[in-house]
Design a protein around this ligand. Structure first.
Ligand code: GDP
Length: 449
C-alpha cells in the first residue's frame, strides 16, 4: 500500500524534539532530514523534496510554539500543512462542468498501459452516478484492441461509445463525437486518446490537435503511480506540451510507494483530481490532499490537537477583547492585536460569533483592514504610550495636530494614512460599542466621531 510504514519512520523525527522548548534553525535540521529521507524513499522526486524541505524549514524556524503544545507536535502540524498545500490545499477538485448547455469535453491523455482506458470507464460511471449522461469516444486508431476494450467497457457499464474504427484521424473522430453529443443532448464527452509507449512529438501534436478540434474543457493526464519518480518528469512534459487541467493518479492500490502523489502538482501546478484504487469500475476516488496528508504522516490526531489548542488560544484572546469592548476601553493596542488576529484567520469572526445579535463589519471592511495592517502598525508604533491608550488625544485634544505630524514623520507614512487609520479605528470602536450596548455592557458615549 502507498506510504505504508512512512509514519513509523517519521515518529523518530518528531521524537528528536523531545525536551526542546522552541523550534529553531538548529533543532529542526535533524527531524527535517528524516522527513526528507522518508519522502525520497517514498519515491518523491528529488527537486520536489528539496523545495518542500526548504519551505518547511523556513516556516518552522522561529514558529511560535503554542502554549500547551510540544515543539515536536508543532513541527508535525507545520509539515502537515505544507504537505497538504503541496498537493493542492484542502478539498477535492472534480470535473469543471460547462454551464452553457453544451457538453463538457474531457480528454484523457497518457502513456500506454497507465490505466487510461480503465479511467475513462471509471469516470463515466462516476459521472453517471451524479446524474450526467456520458458519451465515450474511442480515438486510438493505431490500436484496434484499445477501441474494442473501450467498447467492451462501455457495454459493461451501459455507456454509449462512439468510434470510427481505425479510419479517420483522432482530432476528427473526437470532433465528430462531440457533435453527436451536442445533437443528442449528452452532458459529458470523454475522449480516450491514443497512448504510446514513450512521449514523442507525434503523440503531443495529435493531442494538441484533438484538444483544439474539440475545444476540450478538461485535459486530464492519467499517471501511473507505480512509475514513481518518473511521474514528475512525465507530468511536466505533458503539461508543457498540451497544458493539462489536472491528473488522475492510477494504481494507488498497488505496491506503489506513493511519491507521485506529491510531485504532480508541484511540477505542473495542476491538481490531481482523482485516484484509481483498483481494477474494478467503481475503484475511482476524488483526491483529497488533506486525507492523503494524514495517510502519509499518520498524524491526524496530533494535527487536530494542535488545531484545537490554537483555536483555544484564539478564543482566550477573543474573550479578553470582548471584556475590553464591554468596558469601553478598546484602544490602539487592542486594535493592533485585533488586526493581527484578523490576519491570523477569522479572529474577528470569532469575536462576532461570541456576541449575540451582532452588527457585522462587512467582509470588505475586514479585507481593507487587513491590507492596511502594515501601515497601521507602523503608525501605531510611532505613537506614545498615552496616545495608544487614549486614542481621543489624536482627535479631540488641542495638540492633536502636532501629535499627528510627529506620528506621520516617525512612521514614514502620510497624513492621509493616519487619517485613514483613525477613521478605521473609530469605525471599529463604534461598531464594537454598539455591540456591547446590545449586550448591556458599560460602554458610554465616548465614540470617536
Ligand atoms: P491504458 O493502456 O492506459 O488504456 O491502460 P488500461 O486501462 O488498459 O489499464 C492497464 C492495466 O492496468 C489493466 O490491467 C487495468 O486493469 C490496470 N489498472 C488500471 N487502473 C488501475 C488501478 O487503479 N489499480 C490497479 N490495481 N490496476 C489498474
Amino acid at each position: 500500500d502507498a506510504f505504508a510504514g512512512m509514519s513509523d519512520k517519521l515518529d523518530k523525527a518528531w521524537a528528536r524534539l523531545q525536551g526542546e522548548k522552541d523550534l529553531n534553525a538548529d533543532n529542526v535540521k535533524a527531524p527535517l532530514k528524516d522527513v526528507r529521507r522518508a519522502l525520497l524513499e517514498a519515491d518523491v522526486s528529488l527537486p520536489v523534496v528539496r523545495r518542500f524541505i526548504a519551505r518547511c524549514e523556513e516556516k518552522a524556524v522561529g514558529m511560535k510554539v503554542t502554549k500547551g503544545v510540544e515543539p515536536g507536535q508543532m513541527l508535525v502540524k507545520c509539515v502537515a500543512d505544507e504537505l497538504c498545500e503541496l498537493m493542492g490545499g484542502v478539498g477535492a477538485e472534480g470535473i469543471k462542468f460547462r454551464d452553457d448547455g453544451e457538453p463538457t469535453v474531457v480528454l484523457m491523455a497518457g502513456l500506454q498501459g497507465v490505466g487510461k482506458t480503465t479511467a475513462c470507464g471509471k469516470l463515466s460511471l462516476a459521472l453517471r452516478k451524479q446524474g450526467k449522461s456520458v458519451l465515450l469516444v474511442a480515438t486510438d486508431v493505431y490500436r484496434p484492441a484499445a477501441i474494442d476494450q473501450l467498447k467492451t467497457l462501455g457495454k459493461q457499464i451501459g455507456v454509449p461509445v462512439f468510434d470510427m474504427g481505425v479510419d479517420g484521424n483522432p482530432p476528427e473522430i473526437a470532433a465528430r463525437g462531440v457533435r453527436k453529443a451536442k445533437d443528442e443532448d449528452i452532458d459529458v464527452v470523454i475522449v480516450d486518446t491514443a497512448g504510446r509507449l514513450n512521449i514523442d512529438e507525434k503523440l503531443m501534436g495529435e493531442l494538441k490537435a484533438t484538444k483544439e478540434a474539440t475545444s476540450a474543457d478538461e485535459t486530464l493526464l492519467v499517471v501511473d503511480a507505480m512509475t514513481g519518480q518518473e511521474a514528475a518528469t512525465l507530468t511536466a512534459s505533458f503539461n508543457e506540451a498540451v497544458e493539462i487541467t489536472g491528473a488522475i493518479l492510477t494504481k494507488m492500490d498497488g505496491d506503489t510507494r506513493g511519491g507521485a502523489a506529491l510531485s504532480v502538482r508541484e511540477v505542473s501546478g495542476k491538481p490531481i483530481k482523482f485516484t484509481g484504487v483498483g481494477e474494478k469500475m467503481d475503484a475511482l476516488e476524488p483526491f483529497y490532499p488533506e486525507r492523503m496528508t494524514s495517510r502519509i504522516l499518520g498524524m491526524g490526531d496530533i494535527v487536530s490537537l494542535v488545531e484545537k489548542v490554537q483555536a483555544g488560544v484564539k478564543e482566550e484572546e477573543a474573550e479578553k477583547i470582548k471584556q475590553k469592548i464591554m468596558s469601553a476601553t478598546f484602544d490602539f493596542n487592542d486594535f493592533v492585536g485585533q488586526l493581527e488576529m484578523m490576519n491570523n484567520m477569522g479572529g474577528m469572526k470569532q469575536i462576532m460569533q461570541m456576541m449575540p445579535g451582532t452588527a457585522k463589519l462587512s467582509e470588505a471592511d475586514m479585507e481593507a483592514a487587513g491590507k492596511s495592517m502594515t501601515i497601521a502598525k507602523s503608525l501605531i508604533n510611532s505613537m506614545t504610550k498615552e496616545e495608544r491608550q487614549y486614542p481621543d488625544m489624536l482627535v479631540a485634544s488641542t495638540t492633536a495636530d502636532s501629535r499627528r505630524q510627529r506620528i506621520v514623520k516617525g512612521s514614514g507614512r502620510t497624513e492621509a494614512d493616519l487619517a485613514q487609520l483613525i477613521m478605521m479605528f473609530g469605525g471599529m470602536r463604534t461598531q464594537m460599542q454598539k455591540m456591547s450596548g446590545q449586550l448591556g455592557g458599560q460602554a458610554g458615549d465616548v465614540g470617536l466621531q
